[in-house]
Design a protein around this ligand. Structure first.
Ligand code: HAM
Length: 433
């Protein structure tokens, strides 16, 4: 196959027969974000490379190995966003959104790019829905954010998706923890991969999410950050758990969660499942109290999460959760002959203007083929126009399911009359008669 008809490895197309699934989950996410007071933010797909190096962290896998970075013709280094948090924080800072009053709550849908080895649930271009909240250090915000994610999963009727939480402390407790980690990993210096060796001095916590099987094995028995929390971080974590208990959100504490991005502090969490293979983390997030400062702003405690839409849809598919198809056509008007075709064209415009979905022939098919097409697209009603109908300015609307027919006039009130037939039918359906 020639290159121009082949997609790039690790990317996916969403075809018309699948897109309703995306629209359905996106609608629920949007709706839930609004219910929780989040407003949408849209940021560019590429940013200065420096933003991710500083924000996500120099010693992370994402920055060290996975970014799509290139020089522009103007000689600037830019990077396709590997995630949504850094860009949102940059935009909020740049436009002084934090001056509008705290907390600032934003939601987003973003495409992300990571040069990872593609496999089921791991793509090079993937999509995230995320929520970010700036300007609160209160543990109730952590719990509220987790509740928002949980309620999206509940509304999508997802089962067997478990919430795991941990605290990775603040810079104060992290210093102690790093010391303990260095001591531990020093013993395995000759076995660690080169990347992890370089992390040993700079950021030993990053060794814990190395993907090399040998390093993973060594990391299993490394000291756990939760045992090194300062009093403040401990208290924060206890309160988050109390609020989650209060909201009836089930969780387990998993001391091994450290997350793969450097900006996190205190609470971190993941929603994980066994239903989609080895890439089972559907949603990840946590607190990042130092990020805004790292990017040049003031100290603004913040938090957020992102869920991968491809993984979420895969999970729903594997669990047999049916996504309702959107209605494609309320009325199909078939036209026979030039005059009828013109009339059908005018009437279907009226239908669309009235807010209903209408279609007519645009490929020059004969009557039989037009009706076959109406059936194929699942038209609820159909109407056939020929010379007689045009002359009498009347035609029959047929209910495609029951075969019932009703005559309506082809005047300016056409769309209105059709709407009456349409709503009567819908009310009967709802009433079950
Ligand atoms: P993350 O854990 O790197 O966190 O990604 C969040 C979610 O994106 C994952 O749980 C997964 O569902 C999806 N995802 C990540 N990488 C891939 C991939 N290669 N292919 C398919 N799906 C993937 C973040 O990105 C943070 N920005 C989350 C966050 C927001 N933290 C605070 N605010």
């Amino acid at each position: 196959m020639s290159l121009i008809t082949k997609k790039i490895k690790g990317t996916e197309d969403v075809l018309p027969k699948e897109s309703f699934k995306w629209q359905f989950v996106e609608k629920i996410m949007r709706n839930e974000a609004e219910n929780y007071g989040f407003k949408e933010i849209r940021t560019p797909v590429f940013e200065h490379t420096e933003l991710f190096a500083r924000g996500v962290g120099q010693t992370t896998d994402v920055v060290q190995k996975e970014m799509y970075t290139f020089d522009t013709k103007g000689g600037e280094s830019v990077t396709l966003r590997p995630e949504g948090t850094a860009g949102a924080a940059r935009a909020v800072l740049e436009h002084a959104v934090l001056n509008d009053g705290l907390p600032v709550k934003v939601s987003y849908f973003v495409s992300c790019y990571r040069y990872e080895k593609p496999q089921a649930g791991r793509l090079r271009e993937f999509h995230q829905f995320g929520l970010e909240e700036y300007g609160t250090a209160d543990p109730v915000a952590d719990a509220e954010l987790i509740c928002a994610a949980q309620s999206i999963f509940d509304r999508l009727q997802i089962k067997e998706l478990h919430l795991e939480i941990n605290s990775i402390g603040c810079p104060k407790c992290r210093a102690e923890y790093h010391k303990a980690l260095r001591e531990y990993f020093e013993k395995y210096k000759d076995k660690l991969c080169d990347t992890c060796l370089s992390r040993l001095e700079k950021n030993p916590m990053r060794i814990l999410d190395c993907k090399s099987p040998e390093d993973k094995k060594i990391a299993e028995n490394a000291p756990k950050v939760i045992d090194y929390l300062c009093e403040d971080c401990n208290e924060h974590f206890e309160k988050v758990k109390t609020y989650l208990d209060g909201a009836g959100v089930k969780y387990i504490v998993n001391p091994s969660i450290v997350r793969g991005l450097d900006y996190y502090t205190k609470t971190v969490f993941e929603f994980v499942t066994d239903y989609i293979g080895s890439q089972g983390t559907v949603c990840g997030g946590g607190r990042y109290d130092g990020l805004i400062e790292e990017l040049g702003g003031q100290h603004v405690p913040s938090l957020g999460f992102a869920m991968g839409i491809e993984r979420l849809l895969m999970l729903m598919d594997n669990q047999g959760i049916e996504i309702p198809k959107s209605d494609t056509c309320d009325l199909y008007i078939a036209g026979l002959g030039d005059k009828a075709k013109l009339k059908a064209f005018e009437l279907i415009k009226q239908i669309r203007e009235s807010g209903l979905k209408g279609e007519t022939d645009v490929v020059g098919r004969g009557l039989r083929a037009q009706m076959k097409y109406a059936d194929k697209i699942g038209a609820k009603f159909s109407m056939v126009l020929g010379d007689n109908e045009i002359e009498e300015s009347k035609a029959k609307i047929k209910n495609m399911e029951t075969g019932e027919q009703v005559e309506i006039s082809l005047t300016e009130s056409f769309a209105q009359e059709f709407f009456q037939v349409y709503t009567q039918n819908r009310n009967r359906l709802i009433a079950g008669v």
